[in-house]
Design a protein around this ligand. Structure first.
Ligand code: BGC
Length: 268
C-alpha cells in the first residue's frame, strides 16, 4: 500500500457534515488524518460520520459551531486541539446561499451569506493561524500548517440574482491571497479551491430535475456535473506535502466552467 498522504495530521473541516465538506472529511480520514467535523445545527450526520470513520480504523470528532460567531469558532478550535493536541489542516468550507434578485434581497439575506461565507472564513483562518504558528511542523513535514479556503467559480464569474454569494466568494479570493502572503514566512500555506457546479444540497433544486441538470451541463465544457469527491481529491492534494510549493493559489475544479463560453457553443 502506498504511504497515506495525510498520515498523522489533525484536520478541521467547517461545514463538514454534508456535501463537499463531508466528502473532504472522508477523504482526509482515508489518507490517515484525524478529522474534526464541524456542523452548525444538526449533530446527527456528523456523529454518523464519526462512527463510520471509526469503523474504518480512523479517528474523528463532531464539533458544533456557527462559523459566523467568533466565540463559537474559538471554542471549536479549542475542542479539536484538546482532543488531537494540534491542528495541521483547516478547511474553511462552510457556505450558504440565500438567493434573491437585488430589489428583493433583504439585509438579512445579505448578512447571513457574508457572515457565514466570508466572515466565517476569516474567523476560521485566524484561529487556525493563531494555533499553527506556535506548533512545530509534524516530523518530515516542511510546513507548520495548511489552510484551504472553499471558494467558487463565482469568485470570478459574476452571478446575477446572487450578489451576496458572488460578493462573498470574490472577497475570499483576496482574503486567501493576502493571508497567504502574510503567513507564508511562518511556513503556513494558504490556498483555495474554486468548485464549479457540484452535486450537493446547495444547488439540488437545479440538478435534481432533468431540465435543470441539462441547463447546468450546458455551462460545463467537460460535460458533466461535478461530484463532491472531485473537490475532496483536490483538497487532499492541497492539504498534503505533495503541494508544498503551492502558496496563495486558487485551484479551479470546475470541468472548465470558467472557460466560458463553452467551446461546444462557439462558432455555432
Ligand atoms: C454554487 C452552486 C452553483 C455553482 C455553479 C457554486 O458556488 O454554490 O449553487 O451551481 O457555483 O454556478
Amino acid at each position: 500500500m502506498r504511504e497515506r498522504l495525510l498520515e498523522g495530521a489533525a484536520a478541521l473541516v467547517t461545514g463538514g457534515s454534508s456535501g463537499i465538506g463531508a466528502a473532504t472529511c472522508r477523504a482526509f480520514a482515508r489518507e490517515g488524518a484525524k478529522v474534526a467535523i464541524n456542523y452548525v445545527t444538526d449533530s446527527g450526520p456528523a456523529e454518523a460520520m464519526v462512527r463510520e470513520i471509526a469503523a474504518q480504523g480512523g479517528k474523528a470528532i463532531a464539533v458544533g459551531a456557527d462559523v459566523s460567531k467568533e466565540l463559537d469558532v474559538i471554542a471549536m478550535f479549542e475542542r479539536a486541539i484538546a482532543v488531537f493536541g494540534r491542528i495541521d489542516i483547516a478547511v474553511a468550507n462552510a457556505g450558504i446561499q440565500r438567493d434573491a434578485d437585488i430589489e428583493h434581497m433583504t439585509l438579512e439575506q445579505w448578512n447571513a451569506v457574508i457572515g457565514t461565507n466570508l466572515t466565517g472564513q476569516f474567523l476560521t483562518a485566524r484561529e487556525a493561524i493563531r494555533r499553527m504558528r506556535h506548533q512545530d511542523p509534524l516530523p518530515n513535514s516542511p510546513a507548520r500548517g495548511k489552510i484551504l479556503c472553499m471558494s467558487s467559480v463565482h469568485e470570478v464569474i459574476p452571478w446575477a440574482g446572487h450578489v451576496n454569494y458572488a460578493t462573498s466568494k470574490g472577497g475570499i479570493h483576496l482574503l486567501m491571497q493576502s493571508l497567504a502572503q502574510e503567513v507564508a514566512p511562518y511556513r503556513i500555506r494558504v490556498n483555495a479551491i474554486a468548485p464549479g457546479a457540484i452535486r450537493t444540497n446547495i444547488n439540488k433544486d437545479h440538478w435534481s430535475t432533468p431540465e435543470g441538470a441539462a441547463a447546468m451541463v450546458q455551462l460545463i465544457p467537460y460535460g458533466r456535473i461535478g461530484d463532491p469527491e472531485d473537490i475532496a481529491k483536490a483538497a487532499v492534494w492541497l492539504a498534503s506535502d505533495e503541494s508544498d510549493y503551492v502558496v496563495g493559489a486558487t485551484l479551479f475544479v470546475d470541468g472548465g466552467m470558467t472557460l466560458y463560453p463553452p467551446s461546444t457553443t462557439r462558432n455555432s
